[in-house]
Write a protein that binds this ligand. Structure first.
Ligand SMILES: Nc1ncnc2c1ncn2[C@@H]1O[C@H](COP(=O)(O)OP(=O)(O)O)[C@@H](O)[C@H]1O
Ligand SMILES: [Mg+2]
Length: 372
């Protein structure tokens, strides 16, 4: 090779900076991991697991925690438990969720010809009863399902399984960013769900530094980056409010240093990469939004006022007819993608949430124009 010789790279393992990478150890999440695993434990003795509701802002390690525990279950070859992870952003119906469950329970995908839901449901329960396995389903980003009706139906269908077929045992781990998620469950679900609520608080700047430093040790060769430079990345990441931006910045800064032919990542490489990283994230965000969501985002960024959710709803209603629930789900998605914050505020008559913009208006409008 003429341009790329392997011994000149700064990267020991570039994958550790990718968003799909699952660390073997999650620092600062000991407590949450212990709670999750002790709630699952009864299932090892074929008892029903404790249901859970994992809540916290984006980028606080919820998905990673569940995946880490599920990975351990699979790797330790625990026989009497079927863990199913469902990314609710990618499935939009009860059928979609149960197709995932079918695949894990049977070990092969659901045939592509339309299997009616009652039949699909019955075949899953039959197999669980025969094999005497406990089913545990993690519904990740459950607040991003199309609407609350699907969320309620899915949780209900999973949990009432034992009434349908004797001996079947199931549990649900619902994961979301909306702290008031429990209030969106209907009474039917409320009567059988009773989740243990596990909170994932945002990381502070020092915690972010520790996490990024660990990742640098895995990803870069020794001496490629100094602590002060990681500190700067931590500071910027803390402001941006999302660990993913920090991880991406580190990767880009490493590549920038390589381009310069340097054996060290300097502060300048970080500063150069950070702006670019934020833009890349923004573009990615925009591509995940549909027309209605982009319109709402535009509405939010075309004013300087800090509107409450109620005020924004009224304004948006003049343009689009939609229910408050639908509107709130759109807002949750925007929050989840870190383009806005929803901040609690006390008013004279109770509490409400105010929408805060995380970017300059021009930056968002520019990104939106690209998707015209
Ligand atoms: N405690 C931690 N230790 C190491 N990496 C973490 C930790 N928490 C989060 N991360 C990393 O931050 C990113 C976002 O975490 P994720 O689990 O997707 O958060 P959430 O599901 O809460 O949005 C992932 O790349 C993950 O590897
Ligand atoms: Mg997640």
């Amino acid at each position: 090779m003429k341009y790329l010789s392997w011994d000149e790279t700064l990267f020991r393992n570039p994958e550790v900076f990718d968003p799909e990478y699952l660390p073997e150890e999650l620092v600062f999440r000991e407590q949450q991991l212990n709670r999750i695993s002790s709630n699952i434990k009864p299932a090892l003795n074929r008892s029903r697991p404790v249901n859970m509701l994992c809540l916290g802002p984006p980028g606080t390690g919820k998905t990673s925690s569940i995946k880490l525990i599920f990975k351990e279950i699979v790797e330790s070859e625990i026989q009497n438990l079927v863990p199913v992870y469902v990314n609710c952003q990618l499935v939009n119906s009860n059928q979609g969720i149960f197709a995932k469950i079918f695949e894990k329970v049977y070990g092969y995908p659901l045939p592509s010809y339309g299997v009616p839901f009652p039949k699909l449901y019955a075949s899953i329960l039959k197999k669980l009863a025969e094999s005497e396995k406990v089913l545990i389903v993690a519904l990740d980003d459950v607040n991003l399902l199309l609407d609350d009706k699907i969320m309620n139906e899915a949780i209900y269908a999973i949990l009432k399984a034992h009434e349908e077929v004797e001996g079947v045992k199931t549990g649900v781990i619902a994961i979301g960013t909306d702290l008031k998620l429990a209030a969106r469950l209907d009474s039917r679900v409320g009567s059988i769900f009773h989740p243990d609520e596990i909170y994932f608080p945002p990381y502070g700047e020092i915690e972010i530094f520790e996490i990024l430093k660990k990742r640098c040790e895995l990803g870069f060769y020794q001496g490629a980056i100094e602590d002060e430079v990681i500190e700067k990345v931590a500071e910027l990441t803390f402001e941006a409010g999302d660990l993913r931006v920090g991880l991406y910045t580190l990767k880009m800064a490493g590549m920038e240093a390589e381009r310069r032919g340097s054996r060290k990542i300097e502060l300048d490489d970080v500063l150069k990469s950070f702006e670019g990283s934020r833009k890349v994230f923004l573009r990615k965000c925009m591509s995940m939004l549909d027309d209605l969501e982009r319109e709402l985002l535009k509405e939010i960024y075309s004013t300087d006022e800090d509107l409450t959710t109620g005020e924004l709803f009224e304004r948006f209603l003049e343009k689009k007819k939609l229910s408050y629930t639908k509107f709130y789900n759109l807002l949750s998605k925007l929050e989840n993608l870190r383009v806005i914050d929803l901040v609690f505020k006390s008013l004279k008559k109770g509490r409400t949430r105010v929408i805060m913009r995380r970017f300059d208006s021009e930056v968002i409008m520019g990104a939106l124009r690209e998707f015209k």
